[in-house]
Structure formats: C-alpha cells, structure tokens
Design a protein around this ligand. Structure first.
Ligand code: PEP
Ligand code: MN
Length: 339
C-alpha cells in the first residue's frame, strides 16, 4: 500500500502515520520529496482498512497495490484450474456444454430433456427446481420434488446435474440429493451469507453467475467469499449485464471473458440464453463466447420450447441444440480444443 502525504506534513504527523501502520502489522519505508512524502507500507494489505489511514491528518491519498482477492487470483496460482464435476473436467482443453431446461417441470419433460441433452453430446445437464422470478405470481419452480425428478432423469444418461440454490436453508437438501453443481444465480451473486455457507459446508462445484450490474472486481470478490470458506471449486458464468439497450434481454459482455481469464485461474463459462433472451440469438453468442476463450457454455433447451413453463423464448429445441453442438465442435477444433 502507498500512502501519500501533503508536503506540509510535519515529522510528528509522518510518525503518526507510521505508528498507525506498524500497529496494523505493516513495515514502512519513507521517501521524502519536495512536493510530497510517500510512505510505502509492506505486508499483507488485504486486511487493512484504507479509511483508517485516509482520516489521519495530512494524508492525501492511500493507494492499494495488491489485488483485493487472493485465492481466486491468477497471481496466486498461475496454471488454469480444472474442476472435476463427478468425472467431467471443466476448465481444461475440453469445452463443456451444459444443456437443459430453464426449469424442472414434470418427470416426462425431464426424461425427454435428458435424452435430448445426451444425444446432442452435452456431458452435463441444467434445470432449476427453485426459480428466482421477478414476479411473486409467476411459476416459482416445483421445489424439492424437482430435484428428485432431475436426479432420476439425469442418472439414466450419466449426466451430472447443475441446479440453482437460492436459499441457504436448502443447502442440506441439495447435498442430500447429491447435486453435482450448485448454481448461484445472478440475483444472489452478492448474497454473502449464502456464499459463505456454500464455501464452508461443501466442496461441491459452484457456478457463480455474474450479478446483473456487477463489476469484474465485485464478481471476483464474491468468488473469494466462497473460496475463503474452503471450497475452491468455483466456475464463473457470464450471462449478460444490464445495459441501456432494450432490443435484447441482456448485453453479453465478451470482454469479461478475456478479463477473467487473465485475472483468475478458475474456469469461465458463458450463458448465451439469458444474455440474448431469444433462441435465434443463442448460436451467434455461443460462437463468440468460445472464440473469446470460454471454457464452457450453459444453454437452455426444452423438448417443446413453446410450452416451456419459464423462458420459452430462449429455449432451443432438441434439433437446434444438436445442430449447435455440431457447429461448436468445429469451432473448438479450430481453437485447438475439443468439445
Ligand atoms: C437460470 O440460469 O436459470 C437463471 C435464472 O439465470 P440468471 O441467474 O443468469 O438470471
Ligand atoms: Mn432461464
């Protein structure tokens, strides 16, 4: 950390800053110039309260030099982390596509979906039993029995399941149902108590979706909450951010993929379905995500898209999912990856 003091700072005021820093466990290095006095504070600055220094007399500026996140940062672990999802690797050379419906509806719909997802070549399946809906009057998900239907359908095709956890009180139920990947949705990216428990109570891989208007730094800090609890199996998912544009659901932030791959060693996937919000847009966004370096995709599909209980507009049919997978396989090959 660098502390810049006004040129008028007296020796006593400089010493006051130094003793504050040493009480915080930091070593100091002073450099006195004509215009400014600069104090370099050496030590782990992550726990330091910047404001506690900014309030001291004659302190002009306090600048952090370390990243506020630690475990998730690439500077702490250079190689890409590959997460093992019940035998399926995510984050390595093989690109993973997670297909499946927005929500679990019926056993028949899940059986049909699982067969379609497996036939398309996806190795993981998605489906929400608990749905975060804007309106309390909309369908809220079928709940716990949805986890059972999902498990039963997916097991037949050996597909690990990805499903959203909204409430910390359901964590034990998710663990009892052996959910393979816990999804933390956009609306809960900064539900810090939920993040802490998912970090503390399990090693289950977590897909952490980006908050609707979250900065990259806020997103990384949310992941750090999970990691700090002990669960390092975290996958970032870009799903579009809220913007000024109304022509589509969200703006897919392709730039975030490149940025995250630089900042973190953890896998990054993209959800083109919730970004575009329209089925016809999904292939274009999926292609761009792979080209930008995404390690995987989360794509909504439904046996009868028009009849989907949730997000019908953006669901791919079985045929569309299969066609997209074939196309993406070619793109992955060009990129030196396999799918
Ligand atoms: C979902 O994936 O089902 C979902 C609700 O997505 P998001 O949290 O990105 O809106
Ligand atoms: Mn959805």
């Amino acid at each position: 950390m660098i502390i810049i003091l006004d040129a008028e700072a007296s020796d006593a005021q400089i010493e006051a800053v130094q003793s504050k820093l040493s009480s915080m466990g930091m070593e100091t290095h002073i450099s006195k110039g004509i215009q400014r006095t600069v104090i370099g504070a050496i030590g782990d600055e992550r726990k330091l309260d910047k404001e506690a220094l900014e309030v001291l007399p004659m302190v002009d500026q306090v600048i952090r030099v370390m990243k506020p996140y630690k475990i998730v940062a690439r500077e702490s672990h250079h190689a890409d982390t590959v997460i093992d999802i019940s035998g399926v690797p995510l984050g390595g050379n093989q690109v993973q596509v997670i297909g499946g419906p927005c929500s679990v509806e019926t056993q028949e719909q899940m059986d049909h979906s699982a067969a379609d997802v497996a036939a398309a070549g996806c190795r993981l399946m998605r489906g929400g039993a608990f749905k975060p809906r804007t309106s309390p009057y909309s369908f809220q998900g079928v709940g716990v029995k949805g986890l059972e239907m999902f498990r039963q359908a997916a097991n037949r095709h050996n597909l690990p399941i990805v499903t959203e956890l909204m409430d910390v009180r359901m964590l034990d139920t998710f663990l009892e149902h052996k959910v393979d990947v816990i999804q933390i949705g956009t609306r809960n990216m900064q539900n810090f108590d939920l993040l802490k428990e998912v970090g503390r109570q399990c090693q289950t891989p977590v897909i952490l979706k980006r908050g609707m208007s979250a900065t990259i730094s806020e997103w990384l800090m949310s992941a750090e909450y999970i990691a700090a609890g002990g669960n390092h199996n975290i996958i970032f998912c870009e799903r579009g951010v809220r913007s000024f544009e109304t022509a589509y659901r969200n703006m897919l932030d392709v730039t975030a993929i490149a940025m995250l791959k630089k900042e973190t060693h953890l896998p990054v996937i993209v959800d083109p379905s919730h970004a575009g919000g329209k089925a016809w847009m999904v292939p274009a966004l999926a292609r761009s995500a792979l080209a930008a370096g995404a390690d995987g995709l989360l794509i909504e599909s439904h046996p009868r898209p028009a009849e989907a209980w949730c997000d019908a507009d953006q669901a791919l049919s079985a045929e569309q999912l299969k066609g997209l997978m074939d196309e993406l396989r070619g793109i992955a090959r060009v990129l030196g990856r396999d799918l």
